[in-house]
Design a protein around this ligand. Sequence first.
Ligand code: ZN
Length: 425
Amino acid sequence: MEAAKKPTTQRGPKAETLVMKTYTLPHNLQLDHFFQAYLTVLNMMIGDIWNQIQWREKVIQGKKQKRLLPTIPRYAFKKKMREQYLEGWDYARHWVDSAIKTAFSIINSWKKNYTRGNRKRKKPVVKRPFVRVKQTLMKINGEKLRITIKPHHYATIDLSKRYFKIKGRIGEPILTPQKIHIPLETSHTQQKKPTDKIGWDSNMLSLDGFSPTPGWIKIDLKPLRTLHTTYHKKLRSINRLYSKNRNKGKKLYQKYARRCRNRVKNYLHRLAKHIATSFPAQHGFEKLEKQNMNRKHKKRWNRELNQADWRLLVSLVRGGAPVVEVSPHYTSKTCSRCGEMNKALRSQRFFRCLYCGLTIDRQLNACINIYHRMRGASPQRQWFDSLFAGGLPLMGAERRDPDELARGLNDALKPQVYVCLPLTT
Ligand SMILES: [Zn+2]
C-alpha cells in the first residue's frame, strides 16, 4: 500500500519550520563509467544553456562602463534538451532529467555570483564527478537505499551503519564516487521555544555571554586568532618572496587567501552550531552599524573580532536560533549594576564603577549590559545584587582588603561555562 502523501501546499505562519540537514555515508559502488557519462552530459548541457543565454547591457550607476547581464533560457528549452539527450543515452531516462536540473542550478548559481560581481563571465565547468539522485530514481527498502542506474539494473547502498535517524521526507541525495550525501527533513518543533536570553559580547580572544542561568559563558577564540595570524604571516611572506614576480605571487596569494577564508568559515560554522545547540536561548548581539566604521572605531575593530567574522557568525547563529541585535553604544562603559557611565576605562581586564564601586571583568560587564538591552530593561542594583549574592561568583566589589581582592578576584572571576573548539586539520 502506498503511504498517503504529505500535503505540500503552503504552510501557514504557525506551521513548523522545516529544515533539511545533509548526512554523509561512504559506499563502495563501482560506477565509474556511469559517473563519467553523467559528467560529460552535464558539462555539455551547461554549454548548451550557456550558448542560449541572452546578454543585455546595463549601465552601472554613477559610472560610464556598462555591464552585461544574463537571461537564462526557459522551460521550452529544457524540453528540447531532454529530447536531444535521451537519444543514445544508455542509463535510466530520469538521469537526463536530473542532469538538466543540475545544469540549470549550476548556471543559476553562477548567475547569482556573477551578478554580485564574484564570478567572471566564463562558462562554469564541472570537474568532479557526482550525480543528483531524483526521487524517481530511488527507493528505501528497510535498511537499503536502492538506486536505479539502468532500467532493471540497480545499485544498493547499505544504510544500516548510519548514525542518523530517517524520519520525514528525504531530499535528493548527491552521489559521488565514494560517498552519498543524503538531505533529510528535520523538524524544529520538538525543540522547546527558548525563553532564556543570552547577551554576547565579542572580543578578539573570546566571546562572552551572560544569562542568569547558566551565568557567564566564555567561548575561547584563540584558535580563530591563531588561524588568522598564521595565514597573515604566510600571505605577507608570499608578498615578500614574489616582490619581483608579481603575477606568480598573485596566484599563490589568492590561493592562500581563499584557504584562509574557507578555514575561518568552517570554524565559524562549527562555532555557530555549538552556540545554537548547546545554549537554547534567544541570542543578543551588538548591532553592526555602517556609520560606525569611521576612524574612531577603527581601533575598536582592530581589538575585537574581525568585522567580517562577526557578521558571518551572527548570521550563522541566526540560522539555528532566534537572534536579536541591540544598540552597541557604550555597552562596555556602562556599569551593569547601577547604569552609570564610566568613560575612563583604565584597567584592561576590569571595569570599575566610580559610582557604586563595582569591580567586574570588563567583558562580563559588557555582556550583562547587552542582556539588559535585550530585555529592554536598564540596570538595577537590586536585580544585580540578588543575582550575584545568590551564588554567581563574578566580582570582588565588596572585598575591602586589597590583598584579598587581588587574590580573590582570580578565583572569583571564573566563567561558569568555558568552551573552546579546537581547530580541525
Ligand atoms: Zn555602578
